[in-house]
Design a protein around this ligand. Structure first.
Ligand code: AMP
Length: 408
């Protein structure tokens, strides 16, 4: 069964085509047949598309931005036309899975897309004004390209955290905030769920017997406390701004600061939004970049603000890991994933050092030279430490398969 996965953002889009078997799904993620990446910010009015196939074809296209729909269509056409062709015609695709950032309180699970679901995703745009409209646009583009009859599935970033208890998801503001939907939702749920399941498989343990901290550390970053396979706490909240210090997002700051900046006319709500999402975090403190690799390199060269950004990142990571630990009341394993979590031995070592008092020990050699999906703790460590390559697209493809394979 051929399943297309679309992760449509406002400035970029990622798409993958998977071939899933008809019977039982493999435990290990399959490699996509085709992967496409679109960067709408490449040049003014020109998008860049990068396409690669499992057979080794790499193609780069520059596409004039007449409309976002036309650009996405051009990317998708490479599936059945040109050197990166992997299918004969669009009808070879049997289902499409979409990453949708905000599922609100309604969507606790993935769902087949109907006009009502689209209307709800649209309504939830008030909670995710950048992401949900782009996700919805992606759904409408694939409907236009592949026809209305093809099954489409929405997989929500918030769904895995729908199990948070009320004490964790309620903000200590006023009770009527809850009635307005102002509560903690959490994000990166597809990644946290995938990593928790993969951790159980790697540890050869039943997920329901485990207490895990999953650390999704990418440009956006969040932690989850996963008990018996269920998310019971996470660091992001009403929006992806809460929690850890991130590449260009602030993470949690005293809301009094925001009131001060508004009251003294230093910012409007719009400029504050831009600051907190795009010019804060490591970028805002270092003054250089949101990219941790460059921050580490600059700190090594003696750049004081890069060193401060790095120290703050580690401090806040430990701080929130401690919070997850307390909520779990025990710990079997820590999972590191996403750009920083998968690649930075320095961050993993610094984060784990704080938990040495629990008997956690990582093997420095494995930490530096690990393979994909490896336990990097020492045999006598009381807590396992896993580096897992997150596979959100594969997880979306599996959800799509789960909801549609018996309808075909
Ligand atoms: P993601 O959002 O998951 O794609 O993660 C992207 C981020 O991962 C980049 O902005 C980098 O900051 C970070 N990253 C990738 N490779 C490394 C590395 N070797 N060391 C430190 N950070 C890295």
């Amino acid at each position: 069964m051929k399943i297309l996965v679309l992760n449509a953002g406002s400035s970029s889009q990622k798409a993958c085509l998977y071939e899933l078997p008809g019977g039982i799904l493999p435990e290990y993620p399959l490699e996509p047949l085709w992967e496409g990446f679109l960067d709408f910010t490449h040049q003014a009015n020109i998008a860049e598309a990068k396409v690669k196939t499992h057979t080794g074809v790499n193609q780069t296209l520059e596409i004039p931005i007449t409309s976002r729909k036309a650009v996405t269509e051009t990317l998708l056409q490479t599936l059945w036309q040109g050197e990166a062709q992997v299918i004969d015609q669009p009808t070879a695709i049997q289902a499409i899975g979409h990453r949708v950032v905000h599922g609100g309180e309604q969507y606790r699970d993935s769902i087949c897309i109907t006009p009502e679901v689209k209307a709800e995703i649209d309504r939830l745009s008030c909670f995710a004004p950048v992401h949900n409209p782009a996700n919805l646009e992606g759904i409408e583009i694939t409907e236009a390209v592949f026809g209305q009859a093809i099954p489409q599935v929405a997989v929500f970033d918030t769904a895995f955290h729908a199990t948070l208890p009320a004490a964790a998801y309620t903000y200590p503001g006023q009770y009527d905030w809850l009635e307005q939907g102002i509560r903690r939702y959490g994000f990166h749920g597809t990644s946290h769920r995938y990593c928790a399941e993969r951790a159980a498989a790697l540890l050869n343990r039943d997920l329901t017997s485990l207490k895990l901290i999953t650390c999704h550390l990418g440009n956006g970053a969040s932690l989850a406390a996963v008990q018996q396979g269920i998310s019971i706490e996470t660091t992001m909240g009403f929006t992806p701004l809460e929690g850890l210090m991130m590449g260009s997002r602030s993470g949690s700051v005293d809301p009094g600061i925001l009131l001060h900046l508004l009251r003294t006319n230093q910012h409007t709500p719009e400029s504050l939004d831009t600051l907190l999402n795009k010019a804060a975090g490591m970028k805002g403190i270092s003054g250089i970049t949101n990219d941790l690799r460059e921050i580490i390199a600059a700190a090594e060269q003696g750049h004081d603000r890069a060193q401060l950004a790095l120290d703050m990142y580690i401090h806040r990571l430990r701080y929130y890991m401690g919070a997850m630990l307390a909520v779990l009341g025990g710990l079997d394993a820590i999972v590191f994933t996403a750009g920083v979590g998968e690649n930075s031995a320095l961050i993993r070592a610094a984060a784990c050092e704080a938990f040495g008092f629990l008997g956690l020990k990582i093997d420095p050699e494995k930490n530096t030279h690990h393979e994909v999906d490896q336990d990097i703790s020492t045999p006598d460590s009381q807590i396992r430490v896993l580096v897992i390559r997150t596979q959100e697209d594969w997880a979306i493809a599996k959800e799509c398969w789960r909801l549609t394979h018996d309808r075909l």
